[in-house]
Design a protein around this ligand. Structure first.
Ligand SMILES: C[S@@+](CC[C@H](N)C(=O)[O-])C[C@H]1O[C@@H](n2cnc3c(N)ncnc32)[C@H](O)[C@@H]1O
Length: 256
């Protein structure tokens, strides 16, 4: 057998075999390009404590791991990762981060994508998503707030004139006493899993942590326990104060 790069019988050097890692990476990138585009919006740092930012970075690492290992990965974009931010400094300390096969934007997603293709995923939206449209770009708020910043992503989407939608959790599982606000990594995992199975119930049963659901929703109403607990959850929360996001119209496509 002839080793890669050695001369063949005709005296010409045999073409180098592409190395296994490079082939795997090219295959992964190709699969990402076929997937849903998911932006992790990292413009929320000033609303979080340093501890919450640290926790967010761990969730982002988990998101990356889930996506990297997925059969059908999403096209992952980190937006608003300004160089001077704590999130950026923490992520750049992770070994290999610079070569993660994702798109990293220092600026906001609103400068990168067309407004009409953007959909902010938020538990506070009136609309409920039924499937992921390959033409759309789905945004997950890079927020760890322990339910403190109620409605901030909905307000941002409204301010920017972009669509918003919640996941169809209550249509497919009984959330019991839990709230329907999930962590960043669980939402990313839901997008990845749904993209593979096309089955919401299966997806939620796999990705929504146990404490968040009690089984399949067969049309049960909200229980007394749930309403009592939900009002307690609301205790330390407040609706977000309006903030000056870029709300001007934008028409350019901007996607590469
Ligand atoms: C911990 S939550 C942040 C909650 C925050 N108070 C807010 O206003 O979005 C992290 C992100 O996950 C996404 N998310 C969580 N639960 C969701 C749901 N039920 N439907 C859609 N998106 C959800 C949202 O993008 C949200 O910003």
């Amino acid at each position: 057998m002839e080793a890669a790069g050695q001369a063949n019988g005709a005296g010409e050097p045999a073409p180098k075999k592409p190395n296994r890692k490079a082939v795997e990476l090219a295959d992964f990138k190709a699969r990402c390009r076929q997937g849903t585009t998911v932006v992790l919006d990292l413009e929320w740092e000033e609303d979080m404590t340093e501890r919450e930012v640290r926790s967010l970075c761990q969730q982002l690492l988990f998101c990356y791991g889930v996506n990297r290992g997925a059969r059908r990965p999403v096209r992952m974009v980190l937006s608003g990762l300004g160089m001077g931010t704590s999130t950026s400094q923490r992520l750049r300390k992770i070994s290999g981060f610079e070569s993660w096969p994702i798109e990293v934007l220092e600026g906001p997603y609103i400068d990168r994508f067309k407004r009409e293709e953007l959909v902010y995923l938020t538990a506070d939206a009136e609309e409920t998503i039924q499937t992921f449209d390959p033409e759309k770009v789905y945004i997950i708020g890079g927020i760890v707030d322990h339910n403190r910043l109620k409605g901030c992503t909905l307000a941002k989407a409204a301010d920017q004139g972009i669509a918003s939608a919640q996941l169809p959790l209550s249509q497919h599982i009984d959330l019991g006493a839990s709230r329907r606000v999930l962590t960043v990594n669980h939402v990313l995992q839901i997008v990845v899993e749904y993209q593979l199975t096309g089955d919401w119930r299966q997806t939620f049963e796999k990705c929504v942590p146990g404490r968040k659901h009690r089984g399949t929703n067969h049309g049960m109403g909200i229980s007394f326990r749930r309403s009592a607990r939900m009002s307690r959850v609301g205790a330390g929360a407040h609706w977000c104060a309006p903030r000056a996001w870029d709300g001007g119209p934008r028409t350019g496509r901007g996607r590469g």
